[in-house]
Design a protein around this ligand. Structure first.
Ligand SMILES: [Zn+2]
Length: 254
């Protein structure tokens, strides 16, 4: 069967113990997409992995890939970036964890998506850097970008039904229809009634070409509504396995 050695950057989405000395990892790699892999001996004190393979870090791995297998073998791993501030702050930690969970649940194995990889490594780096009030808007920005990279960009500027620009104090949002609806179409199509300002804030985030800390607006008053819109959208499009447990936790804390 075909097998090959690949060297790629990756984010550790999940890491758990395997036996006495090894690790079982779920990685989102830049070149190969999601992989499950074992790192033999990774928990030994003098392991060749040198403690690099920790949850929510960016690493460079060398992996022996075999097409017929769904569990691959890592032969090397070096730390590229750790995010210590993320681990020391409950909100940053919950959102970083939710970003990893979201990528894990919304992707299948061995389906590379470099844009999605950039979204993930970008949000972890951003959560490490931004000021407190920008933390949650940055995560919303990530959710919008991840949806786009996965091929289901929400429509936030025009009514998904009649195509008129979305204006007014109250509008509708429907994951099934793919985004915002005007007052007239929304009443008929169903979905959730939302403030026009919430849709416009998301449209503004979506229009940002690249993440820049100063471009992310501070969180507005209707945070619960914004959270719920994005979450419902991603869970709807992600299918039956996309329930995001990390966000349950965050909502309970807020
Ligand atoms: Zn309409």
């Amino acid at each position: 069967m075909p097998s090959r050695i690949v060297k790629t950057r990756a984010v550790v989405l999940r890491a758990r113990r395997l036996g006495e000395t090894s690790k079982l990892l779920t990685l989102y790699t830049e070149d190969e997409g999601k992989l499950r892999a074992t790192a033999k001996g990774a928990r030994k004190p003098k392991s060749r992995f040198g403690g690099a393979l920790e949850w929510m870090t960016e690493v460079q791995v060398v992996c022996y890939l075999r097409d017929e297998r769904d569990l691959q073998t890592l032969s090397d791993g070096d730390a590229l970036r750790a995010f210590p501030r993320l681990l020391g702050d409950l909100e940053r930690l919950s959102l970083g964890s939710a970003a990893c969970e979201l990528i894990d649940r919304l992707t299948v194995e061995r389906d590379p998506n470099r844009r999605l990889y950039r979204c993930l490594s970008g949000v972890l780096a951003g959560l490490e850097e931004v000021q407190g009030p920008q933390v949650e808007p940055l995560f919303w920005y990530f959710q919008l970008r991840a949806a786009e990279a996965l091929g289901y960009r929400p429509e936030l500027d025009h009514c998904t039904s009649c195509r008129l620009p979305l204006a007014g104090e109250w509008l509708w949002f429907s994951p099934a229809m793919g985004g915002g609806l005007c007052a007239r179409c929304g009443t008929a199509a169903g979905g959730i009634r939302v403030a026009g300002d919430s849709l416009r804030l998301l449209a503004g985030l979506q229009a940002l070409g690249a993440y820049q800390p100063e471009a992310i607006p501070p969180a507005p008053p209707r945070r619960g509504e914004l959270r719920s819109m994005l979450r419902r959208f991603l869970e709807y499009h992600g299918g039956q396995h996309s329930h995001l447990k990390s966000l349950d936790f965050l909502e309970a804390v807020k």
